[in-house]
Design a protein around this ligand. Structure first.
Ligand code: FES
Length: 91
């Protein structure tokens, strides 16, 4: 199945109010982008992001960011153009 533009992956925009928040690194979470403890069956640990004051951040949703858990815009390069329907022949 080819992707269409309305399949565009968008990052999670999170207003982190709590000083420390755990973000999933294992991809198993049922509550992305937050860690829900599903990683315990792996050796992976979550990202802990800590801010002194509330901060709005873009968290990667495509898992391809080179600066995970932060979005680096890679998602924008993951979408293929929508396949155009075959041109109808005019007799
Ligand atoms: S659930 Fe993925 S790191 Fe915790």
């Amino acid at each position: 199945m080819s992707l269409a533009y309305d399949d565009l992956i968008q990052p999670y925009i999170v207003k982190q109010v709590s000083k420390q928040v755990a973000y999933c690194r294992c991809t198993r979470t049922k509550n992305p982008p937050f860690c829900d403890g599903s990683h315990v069956v792996t050796k992976i640990t979550p990202y802990i992001l800590e801010f002194e004051s509330p901060k709005t951040i873009a968290i990667c949703a495509c898992w391809k960011s080179k600066n995970h858990p932060y979005c680096d815009g890679t998602h924008g390069r993951l979408v293929k153009p929508k396949e155009r329907p075959a041109a109808k022949s005019v007799e």
